[in-house]
Design a protein around this ligand. Structure first.
Ligand code: MG
Length: 378
């Protein structure tokens, strides 16, 4: 008898994570049935995906019709459909938050590749997940690694998140201050979207991941360490109370964490370029992160400890600053200075509602854009 197929929808199927998820699903065709695909502006790719994978529903920013496939009006229409066993939230940005909450309220498990969901509203999201008995399995490689290492969370002493260090790891602070967009986008290990690649250059990405880890696993910030590991082979680790350290290793491919998250708790043969060999890798290096050169990490720790809307402010100010950098308006190092200034000006709401979170996000973005205009026109 054929095993029951897992019913899945993908929010953000045309992005970097979404397309790789479809590659995984294509290989595991007998394990999955696709309920819905949702895409943004890349209508052509979404159409191709719909024709190839034949979901029941499609959500497109610019609607189109394919015979036999229904179009839905909103992402919430997909996320409230209880036919889904699991939803992969693979969009980037705050647009991921509401669909995730809708899915959780409907008791649907989540494979989470959207950082903002936890950075902006981690307290609300994790509380709702607990109340609804929903599993949230992280796709982010570091958190996926930690998820794989944890057997009994009550015996874990601390989390150790690895960071590749990005393109400026061994450059000087001066080099970093004068970095061009091109240099910032030249990430040595991972090919990702532009925003997250700039975040990897400033290490803000690691800062956001510390906040994600805090919410996902319920650890205090002083129990979450960051270590630089340029080879990106050790994807993260945990230390147990008895001193034993468990790490998850693998070649740097997002197919692995994506497959883990959508097939959990089962495992199947995956897409592998080659088999893992310690001898081929030969050496693994580790070093302390330089917080003077990468102050965004400290900023994120501080915002996380403050909690409430502080992390909403951190995320919004950083993202606006990254856009300004990508548009040639500011230098790379200004991203930190701008984000720090916006956090210093922000009045924190301690237990914000979802509405207050979105309102804070909007107002911080506006103020950040105004501030960037002031400093670039004076
Ligand atoms: Mg990551």
């Amino acid at each position: 008898m054929e095993a029951k197929k897992k019913k899945i929808s993908i929010i953000g199927s045309t992005g970097s994570i979404g397309t790789q998820a479809l590659e995984v699903i294509e290989r595991l065709q007998d394990k999955f049935e696709i309920i819905a695909l949702a895409g943004g502006s890349n209508t052509d790719l979404l159409k191709q995906q719909a024709q190839k994978f034949r979901p029941k529903f499609v959500y497109a920013a610019k609607p189109f019709s394919i015979a036999g496939i229904k179009t839905v009006e909103t992402l919430e229409d997909i996320c409230s459909n209880k036919e889904n066993d699991i939803i992969l939230v693979a969009v980037s940005g705050k647009i991921g938050l509401k669909p995730t909450l809708t899915a959780i309220e409907n008791g649907i498990d989540i494979a989470l590749a959207n950082k903002e969901t936890l950075v902006m509203a981690g307290d609300i999201v994790m509380k709702k997940a607990r109340e609804n008995g929903v599993k949230i399995v992280p796709v982010d490689s570091e958190h996926c690694a930690i998820h794989q290492c944890i057997k009994d969370i009550s015996q874990v002493e601390k989390l150790i998140i690895t960071a590749s260090g990005g393109p400026f790891l061994h450059k000087t602070l001066e080099d970093m201050k004068n970095a061009t967009v091109e240099q910032a986008l030249a990430h040595p290990r991972w090919h990702m979207g532009k925003k997250i690649t700039v975040d990897s250059a400033t290490l803000m990405n690691k800062g956001l991941e510390i906040i994600e880890a805090h919410h996902l696993f319920g650890f205090d910030y002083d129990k979450i360490d960051v270590v630089v590991h340029p080879q990106s082979i050790v994807h993260s680790a945990i230390e147990y109370v008895d001193g034993s350290v468990i790490a998850q290793l693998g070649l740097p491919s997002m197919h692995i964490p994506i497959q883990y998250a959508i097939t959990y708790p089962e495992r199947f043969e995956g897409i592998k370029s080659k088999s893992f060999s310690f001898a081929d890798i030969a050496r693994l290096d580790f070093e302390k992160p330089d917080f003077e050169k990468f102050p965004c990490v400290k900023l994120a720790y501080a915002a996380g400890k403050t909690g409430g809307t502080a992390t909403v402010c951190l995320n919004a100010a950083n993202e606006e600053a990254v856009f300004a950098f990508l548009n040639g308006k500011i230098k790379l190092y200004n991203i930190y200075e701008i984000t720090r200034t916006m956090i210093a000006r922000h009045t924190v709401i301690t237990n914000p509602t979802v509405e207050e979170i979105f309102a804070t996000d909007e107002s911080v973005r506006m103020q950040t854009r105004e501030y960037i205009n002031e400093i670039t026109h004076s």
